[in-house]
Each structure stands twice: as C-alpha cells, then as structure tokens.
Design a protein around this ligand. Structure first.
Ligand code: FMN
Length: 200
C-alpha cells in the first residue's frame, strides 16, 4: 500500500454535503474507480486510491462488526446500507450513509461492488455514535465475537429489525421530521437521493 495512515484528528472535514461520494471495487474490495467528490472529501488523488484496498479510508472509530455484516451481505449478492465514519488523508473524518450495490458481469456472476454515499444528518450521527462506541469498547475489551453477539442482541431487543433496515428507518424518520419543519431546500436535496421511489 502506498498510502500511509495519518495521525487521527478529532475534526470533521468540510465538504459539499449535497454531493454524492462514489467508489467501485472488485470482489476483493480493491478500488477500481472513485469520483471527484470522493477525492475532494478524502483528500486523496485518484492515483493514490486506484488499485488500493478500500480500508485506506477506514476510521479507527468504526467497529469491525459493521464491516463483517457488510461483507456477509455483499458476498451473498445482497445490496446493503451502512452508516460509516471515514478517515481523510490529513486524519480528519466525515460521516456518510452508504448504499452498497452489487455489480454483475455478462455471465451474471458478481464482478464487484458500487458504493454511493450521502451526508448523514447530525441527529443520526449522534444515535449511531453511541452504538458504535459501545461495540468498539466490547471489541477491545471482550473480543470481536462478544461484540457481534451484543450487536445482534441489541438489534433484536431494542430495534426489532436488522441493521440495514435500522439504518433506512433512521433516515426515513429524519426525513419526516425535516419535512414537517420545512427545513432548507439544501438539506432536503442532500437526503432526496436516498428517498427516491425505491424506499417509499
Ligand atoms: C464498494 C465498497 C465500498 C467500501 N467503502 C468503504 C468506506 O467508505 N469506508 C470503509 O472504511 N470501508 C469501506 N469498505 C469496506 C472495506 O473494504 C473494509 O472491509 C473496511 O474498511 C474494513 O477494513 P478491514 O476489512 O481491513 O478491517 C467498502 C467496501 C466495498 C466493497
């Protein structure tokens, strides 16, 4: 890997939250394509990113179990949504909701994956930060298996649905709140992509 991990700063990167951050990988998670917004937000150039593993922007605040569940779904050919805190080249962070979709070749085999990311409303970040902190602490003190067992029990007991549906519900609730408050058009625009007809 040509990219060295940065020193972590507790500082959000400024980015245009109406834009969509896109990347494509092969089946192993090696980056094949990134759009300009990906580069601007992550602070890496295309040359630095192409052919690198996607964990180049992995933030240490992200619990391992989230990626475990992500890969389990992708390998089964299931689209997935996740809320992810990412790391920039200078050590800053940005929160995104990511829509992962499966790419197929002409023989209908999985050829790779596409990730499209939008900004996450502050209220959603607050809720998910608490959960991720707990998962991370369990991982560090009790191991990955304990974290996964807690995660599954938490979803069953406190949420009543799987992680993917939990993430979508958090956004739908936020959208409803924003609609009722008639918040700024800019904020609406940043969410609309996720609430296009497929989720309504
Ligand atoms: C299409 C695609 C996009 C991904 N995007 C991200 C991302 O934005 N941030 C991230 O930390 N991991 C992302 N991942 C997951 C990484 O491949 C990796 O599993 C994760 O960073 C955890 O690293 P680790 O598996 O080395 O622990 C993505 C994977 C795929 C297939």
């Amino acid at each position: 890997m040509i990219v060295k991990p940065p020193k972590i700063l507790d500082q959000e990167i400024e980015w245009n939250k109406t834009e969509t951050i896109v990347s494509k990988t092969n089946t192993a998670g090696t980056i094949l394509y990134v759009n300009d917004t990906f580069c601007k937000t992550s602070e890496y150039s295309k040359l630095e990113l192409i052919n690198e593993p996607h964990n180049v922007i992995r933030h240490p605040d992200m619990p391992k179990v989230i990626f475990k569940v992500l890969w389990k779904n992708l390998k089964k050919g299931k689209n997935f949504h996740a809320i992810v805190k990412n790391l920039t080249k200078s050590g800053k962070y940005y929160w995104v909701i990511t829509d992962f979709t499966i790419d197929f070749n002409s023989r209908n085999d999985i050829s790779g994956y596409t990730a499209r990311r939008k900004a996450v409303p502050e209220s959603v970040v607050e809720k998910i930060t608490l959960l991720y902190k707990t998962l991370l602490e369990i991982e560090k003190l009790k191991g990955e298996e304990a974290s996964e067992l807690y995660f599954n029990a938490y979803l069953e007991e406190e949420i009543g649905k799987g992680y993917n549906d939990f993430v979508l519900t958090l956004f739908q609730e936020e959208l409803k709140k924003q609609q009722s408050k008639e918040k700024s058009a800019k904020f609406q625009k940043s969410l609309n992509w996720f609430f296009s007809s497929k989720y309504e």
